[in-house]
Design a protein. Structure first.
Length: 739
C-alpha cells in the first residue's frame, strides 16, 4: 500500500511529511467543532474529510516530491460528495471544489470554471485507500442541521448561506492545520498563541472603567440611566434587538456592556462591532481598549484594507498567506463593508472568518447607513444570522431605520428595543435648534465661519471641503479633516481639535461626513450641507453634545451649496429631498421619533422594492436552484462601494518603516497588515493605477507580496492639512459619502 501525504518538507526521506489521512481527519474534526455553533457539525466534518481527496493520486504525490506540475486536488472530493450524498453533497461540493480558488457559480461560467464544468472534467485516477482511511457517513445518513429553520420566502438564500458558512469552517480549519504542520517542522518555531482572556474578565475591566464615570450633569444622569436599562435587557433570549438612543446618549459603551452581559448569559463567544466608516474604526477600538485596560489587546481591528488579489494563482495566494483574519478574538471592530461583503463573498480569504459570526453578539453601529441598493440582501443576512446561527444582532443608532415599514418587503420582525422609552430620551436629550439657512455661496460660508470662533462645517465631498478650508486657512484655529489623512494623522488632528474646543480657543473645522459617525466632538454651531435626515441627526450630535450650553445658543444650520460644482451626487439628492419633505412636516421637532420614522418610510417608498435590491440578488438566488447557486456572481455584484478602494501606506515615521523592513523576512504578512492599518489611506482603484504608473506609489517586495503593500514614494503628495492629494482632475472620482 503506498503512503499518501498532504504536505511535504525538504526531508528527502519523508520522515516529517504530513500523512494525508492525518490532515483530512484533523481538518474534518476542526471544521465540525467550528460548525457546532450552528448545528452543522456533521456536514462540516464531511467537507473537511473530502476536501483534499484528490491528493490520493499518483500525480499529486509526485508533485509533492517536485516531480510533477500542477494537479487539481479539489474536484475529486466534490465529485464524491455529490455521488455519495445527493443534494446535500452538492451543497458541500461548492466549498470543497473552491477551497483554494473560491466558490464558483453552479452552472454559469465566471472568471473560473463553473462547478458543473469541474465535476465533468477529466481527473487523475483516484486510489481507493480513502475509503478505508476516512470515517465517512454512509450514503443516506447525512442530514440537514438540527433545528435549521427554512422559510418559504428565503429557502434558497438560506441554503446558499449555509453553504458559505460550511465553506468558512472548512477553509479556516484547512489553513490552521496546514499552518500548525509547518510550524512543527520548523526548528524552534512554537505554535502560534491564539489564547484570549474570557469574556467575564473583559466585563470586569469594563465595569471598573464604567464605575469611574460620575452622573454630574443632566446628560450624564441620562447616560447612566440608559446604561442601566440597556444592561437589564441582557437576560432576554438571543435574537434581534434595537438600541435607539439620540446621538450623545452613550450608545458605544452601553452597547458593549450589553453585548458582554448578553454573551456571558447565553454562552456566546464574542462581540463583533460593525461600523460604517473606516475612519472611526480606530477611534472605537481605542475607546474599547481604554475601557478594558490591561486586556485591551483582546480588541482586534479589521478594516479589510488588504484584499485578496485575484490576479495571482490560488497556490500563490495560499503560500503568501495574505491578511486572512479569522476573527478568533473576543472583540472585533470592523467596517460594514468588511462585514457584509464577506457574508456574500466567494474567496477563502474573505469567507474564512464567517463561522465566527455564529454564536456572537453583532452590534451594527449607525444601522441607518446601510446602502439602499443592497438593503434587502443586508436585512436577509441579518435575519438569517439571528434565525439559524445563534447570533444576536443589535441595530444601534440614533435614527432607527423602519426596516419593517410598509413598502419594505421582507423586513425584520420581532425586534426588541433595549433603550428605556426612546421617545422620552429624544425629548430629554434635545440640545440644539435646527433650521434651514437657504442657499449659501462659498464666500458666505467662509464669512460665517470667520465670524464664529468655534464652528464646524460639514460638506458632502472632499473637493468642497478642501476649497472651503483654503478660503479660511489664515483664520485662527482653521482645521481640515478628511479620509485622505491616514488614521493616525486623523486621530492626532482630532485630539488637537478637542483641546482647542475644551480650552475655549478658536477652532474652525471643515470636514466631510466622516466627522458624523461616532466622533466625540462638541461645537456650539454646526453648518451642514443638505443631506438625509440621518446625516442631519448625526451632525446635530456634534453640536452642544454635552448639553452644557442653552439650546438657544446651539444651532445647526442646514444649507444648499451655492456652487454647482459642489452639488450632491444623485444618490444623496434623494436623501436630501426626503429630508426636506419631512422637515416641512415636522419642523417643530425634526429629529423626534415620528419625523425619523416618516423619513425612512418615505425613502423606502420612493425607492420601491426593486431599488432596495438593485441587482436582484435574492431573486437570482431563488431562481437558480441548488445546482446553479451563483456564488461568484454574488461576490462580484454585492459591493457596498461602487468604486473599489485600494490602500496606500503613508510611511511617515519609524514605526511603519520598521514593519515594512521586517516584511523581507516574515513568514506571513497578516500581522504586518494589521500594524500598517493606522498608516493607510484608501483611494479609488483608477487613481491607484495612475499613481503607480507615475512612480508616486511603489510596491514593497513585489516579488513576494505583489501589490499588497504599496507605499507613497512621492512625499510631496501628502499634505499636513489635506492628506493625500493629487492635482490631475481626471483622478478625482471618489466623491460623496465614504464607507
Amino acid at each position: 500500500m503506498p503512503n499518501f501525504y498532504a504536505h511535504s518538507s525538504d526531508q528527502a526521506d519523508k520522515s516529517d511529511w504530513q500523512a494525508l489521512s492525518e490532515h483530512l481527519q484533523a481538518v474534518g474534526d476542526m471544521a465540525a467543532r467550528f460548525a457546532s455553533n450552528f448545528s452543522a457539525a456533521e456536514l462540516a466534518r464531511v467537507a473537511g474529510l473530502l476536501h483534499d481527496l484528490g491528493k490520493y493520486t499518483e500525480e499529486f504525490q509526485l508533485r509533492l516530491a517536485g516531480q510533477y506540475g500542477r494537479v487539481d486536488h479539489s474536484t475529486w472530493g466534490a465529485r464524491i460528495a455529490c455521488e455519495r450524498y445527493g443534494q446535500l453533497g452538492k451543497l458541500l461540493a461548492y466549498g470543497i471544489a473552491g477551497h483554494h480558488a473560491g466558490m464558483a457559480n453552479g452552472r454559469d461560467p465566471g472568471e473560473r470554471s463553473s462547478l458543473a464544468e469541474r465535476l465533468r472534467a477529466n481527473l487523475p485516477q483516484l486510489f481507493d485507500d480513502w475509503q478505508t482511511d476516512l470515517d465517512l457517513p454512509a450514503p443516506g445518513q447525512l442530514s440537514t442541521p438540527t433545528n435549521f429553520q427554512v422559510t418559504k420566502e428565503r429557502g434558497q438564500f438560506q441554503l446558499a448561506f449555509l453553504c458559505r458558512m460550511i465553506f468558512s469552517c472548512l477553509v479556516d480549519a484547512d489553513y490552521l492545520d496546514t499552518e500548525a504542520y509547518y510550524q512543527r517542522i520548523k526548528q524552534g518555531k512554537a505554535k502560534r498563541d491564539t489564547s484570549a482572556p474570557p469574556l467575564t474578565a473583559l466585563r470586569t475591566r469594563l465595569d471598573g472603567h464604567l464605575a469611574s464615570f460620575t452622573a454630574d450633569s443632566p446628560v450624564n444622569i441620562l447616560r447612566a440611566d440608559i446604561l442601566l436599562k440597556v444592561r437589564q435587557g441582557a437576560a432576554l433570549q438571543p435574537g434581534l434587538f434595537s438600541l435607539t438612543v439620540p446621538t450623545g446618549g452613550g450608545k458605544t459603551l452601553a452597547s458593549l456592556a450589553f453585548a458582554l452581559d448578553h454573551a456571558i448569559a447565553h454562552g456566546l463567544n464574542r462581540v463583533i462591532y460593525v461600523i460604517p466608516f473606516t475612519s472611526i474604526v480606530e477611534q472605537t477600538a481605542a475607546v474599547f481598549r481604554d475601557a478594558l485596560g490591561d486586556l485591551g489587546d483582546s480588541v482586534l481591528e479589521h478594516h479589510g484594507a488588504f484584499e485578496d488579489d485575484p490576479s495571482k494563482s490560488a497556490e500563490a495566494r495560499d503560500k503568501l498567506r495574505l491578511a486572512m483574519e479569522n476573527w478568533d478574538r473576543p472583540i472585533i471592530v470592523t467596517t460594514a463593508v468588511q462585514f457584509f461583503e464577506s457574508l456574500f463573498a466567494a474567496r477563502p480569504s474573505a469567507c474564512r472568518k464567517l463561522h465566527h459570526i455564529a454564536a456572537s453578539v453583532v452590534i451594527l453601529d449607525e444601522a441607518q447607513t446601510l446602502p439602499l441598493k443592497l438593503l434587502t440582501p443586508c436585512v436577509a443576512a441579518i435575519d438569517e444570522l439571528a434565525l439559524n446561527y445563534k447570533a444576536s444582532v443589535v441595530l444601534c443608532t440614533a435614527t432607527q431605520p423602519a426596516l419593517n415599514a410598509p413598502g419594505f418587503t421582507g423586513g425584520l420582525q420581532n425586534v426588541r428595543e433595549l433603550a428605556p422609552e426612546p421617545a422620552r430620551l429624544f425629548s430629554a436629550l434635545k440640545r440644539v435648534q435646527i433650521r434651514h439657512a437657504g442657499t449659501l455661496s462659498d464666500d458666505e460660508l467662509a464669512a460665517r465661519m470667520n465670524a464664529s470662533s468655534q464652528i464646524l462645517c460639514i460638506v458632502n465631498n472632499r473637493r468642497h471641503a478642501r476649497a472651503l478650508y483654503e478660503s479660511i486657512a489664515s483664520a485662527p484655529g482653521a482645521r481640515h479633516l478628511t479620509t485622505l489623512m491616514y488614521p493616525k494623522h486623523r486621530s492626532a488632528a482630532l485630539a488637537e481639535i478637542r483641546t482647542l474646543l475644551r480650552d475655549g480657543k478658536p477652532c474652525r473645522l471643515v470636514a466631510t461626513s466622516l466627522i458624523e459617525a461616532g466622533v466625540d466632538i462638541d461645537f456650539p454651531t454646526v453648518l451642514r450641507a443638505e443631506a438625509g435626515l440621518d446625516s442631519i441627526a448625526q451632525a446635530a450630535g456634534r453640536c452642544n453634545r454635552e448639553g452644557k450650553r442653552p439650546i438657544s445658543d446651539s444651532e445647526l444650520l442646514i444649507f444648499t451649496p451655492g456652487n454647482p460644482d459642489w452639488a450632491a451626487p444623485a444618490e444623496l439628492k434623494q436623501f436630501a429631498q426626503a429630508a426636506r419633505e419631512v422637515l416641512r412636516q415636522h419642523g417643530a421637532d425634526p429629529l423626534g421619533l415620528p419625523a425619523i420614522d416618516s423619513y425612512f418610510r418615505l425613502l423606502y417608498w420612493q425607492k420601491g422594492t426593486q431599488e432596495l435590491d438593485a441587482h436582484d440578488l435574492l431573486g437570482q438566488i431563488r431562481d437558480a436552484g441548488l445546482d446553479g447557486l451563483p456564488f461568484e456572481m454574488l461576490a462580484k455584484k454585492f459591493r457596498m462601494i461602487d468604486n473599489t478602494q485600494m490602500p496606500v501606506i503613508i510611511a511617515v515615521d519609524e514605526a511603519p518603516h520598521k514593519v515594512l523592513r521586517d516584511l523581507e523576512f516574515a513568514d506571513g504578512c497578516g500581522k504586518a497588515a494589521r500594524d500598517l492599518q493606522p498608516y493607510m489611506v484608501q483611494i479609488p482603484r483608477q487613481t491607484f493605477a495612475a499613481l503607480r504608473q507615475t512612480g508616486a506609489i511603489q510596491a514593497v517586495n513585489e516579488r513576494r507580496y505583489g501589490l499588497q503593500f504599496m507605499v507613497l514614494a512621492n512625499e510631496e503628495l501628502y499634505h499636513p492639512q489635506f492628506g493625500l492629494h493629487w492635482d490631475d482632475p481626471t483622478f478625482i472620482r471618489s466623491e460623496g459619502l465614504c464607507w
